[in-house]
Design a protein around this ligand. Sequence first.
Ligand SMILES: N[C@@H](CCC[C@H](N)C(=O)O)C(=O)O
Length: 274
Amino acid sequence: MNFTKMHGLGNDFVVIDAINQAINLTAAQIRFIADRHFGVGCDQLLLVERPVSGNADFKYRIFNADGGEVAQCGNGARCFARFVRDKKLSDKDEITVDTDAGQLVLRFDDAGLITVNMGVPRHAPEQIPLLMPKEARLYRAEIDGGIFEFAAVSMGNPHAVIRVEDVRQAPVETVGAQLERHKLFPQRVNVGFMEVLSRREIHLRVYERGAAETLACGSGACAAVVAGIEQNLLDDKVGVNLPGGHLMIEWAGRGNPVFMSGPAESVYEGQIRI
Ligand SMILES: N[C@@H](CCC[C@H](N)C(=O)O)C(=O)O
């Protein structure tokens, strides 16, 4: 099987052309490919397929390192766009792609960055899904005897966002791992730890569902900015500093889509027997 190793701000991917290759991977094979010691190593595996709807150019599917299929991946969307351009599967500047979270539109800009329309965020608990009786700006969960306040938003995938004073000291591996599997989240959750620097800039670390802490999470950056705007902490255009680099996120408020801009890099081409 031919693949391309890619990353968006260090959130790394094995990207596979499933149009020109017959691909039918089991969850165990995906875990093997994603394994950093016995396989290639990646946070997510991306499959590029033919579109399912008439107005789309492609479909792309996302699998976490634990083998589970999920609906949304912001950094993966930008890498998908770079992949179809580099592989000459498309020469369009604007690409429409079917995903399990709906259609995304991706645009290349003159500086080589890619902007993704990430869709309209959803806040209702049943849309996240979050087992709470009604929507609130902040919810509370008990973890290890402590109470943690978090915002919850769906970007097509579930996110909890916890505000912290200093992101370097945030309990990402402990609280992140426990909130990911907390009973409040029946489909588990991605957990962001956000330090607000100003109304236009945040630091963010994300413990990802199915992949643990990553160097960047695009949908997590969108969710954090949405949560910060909802709490009137942030303006509508925010720079997000992640361990692996920088994203720009824009959101004009409820009912509007979120726009994410950032880079996407190819690292190498490979072949693996599975
Ligand atoms: N790294 C991604 C998100 C990948 C999926 C996520 N772990 C989930 O389970 O929903 C991003 O850049 O958005």
